[in-house]
Design a binder for this molecule. Structure first.
Ligand code: SF4
Ligand code: SF4
Length: 210
């Protein structure tokens, strides 16, 4: 197995394990009368910056290389570059929740650009989306999630602690497998968009050299 396939396979296993635990937690919550509100097409949360690990970036890039070609790929790369330029301009104030908590003037709240993988309120890379997107769910009203683009709206959403708790052991074991593969967790974490763009550019360069 080559390096790219090995990294993609580490990420795929991680996601499968995460999905299992999230699914079990959602069933347990339903049994306790708590309904997770997340639905297809609901995408306020896709305005929050998503960090991921190198293997997850490799997995997403591989998926896109199979799905997108020519102008579509060029357009996506353009969206990713623009998003990174905006989001890196001031990372701290673009943390919408942090911004609210600091009580800063809402009038100066910077607009949060949607994730570059979001098209028509659907995730272009849904089957291979990173861990952060898989565990982000709420039992509070989706209206609260709107606060990310409209900070004066009511309260922040309540993420489901049972889900975050349930995936903890999987995350710990993933970190361990990364360490064993020579990829210390803190060194392989970045914006998903940056990781994917890097990988797409590496692939384009290596294909250009053939
Ligand atoms: S977290 Fe909020 S915005 Fe995201 S899918 Fe769930 S309800 Fe919708
Ligand atoms: S990767 Fe997909 S699910 Fe995650 S924030 Fe972007 S569009 Fe939303």
């Amino acid at each position: 197995m080559d390096e790219t396939s090995k990294l993609a396979s580490i990420a795929s296993k991680y996601h499968a394990d995460i999905d299992t635990e999230v699914g079990r937690a959602v069933v347990r919550l339903a049994g306790a009368g708590i309904a997770v509100q997340c639905r297809k097409g609901c995408s306020w949360c896709c305005r929050l910056p998503v960090r991921a690990t190198v293997p997850e970036g490799v997995l997403v890039a591989g998926y896109l290389l199979e799905k997108l070609h020519g102008g579509d790929m060029a357009a996506l790369k353009g969206r990713i570059s623009s998003w990174l330029t905006v989001i890196r301009r001031d990372e701290e104030t673009r943390d919408a929740w942090g911004f609210r908590r600091k009580g800063l003037e809402m009038a100066t709240f910077p607009p949060v650009p949607p994730c570059p993988f979001l098209t028509d309120d659907l995730c272009l890379v849904y089957p291979v989306r990173p861990m952060g997107c898989r565990v982000h769910c709420t039992a509070s009203s989706p209206k609260r999630c709107r606060a990310v683009v409209c900070p004066e709206t009511i309260a922040e959403p309540e993420l489901v602690p049972e889900v975050l708790q349930a995936v903890k052991p999987v995350c710990m074991s993933y970190r361990k497998s990364l360490e064993e593969a020579g990829l210390p967790f803190d060194k392989v974490l970045d914006h998903l968009a940056a990781l994917v763009l890097d990988r797409l550019e590496i692939t384009a360069r290596s294909e250009g050299m053939r």
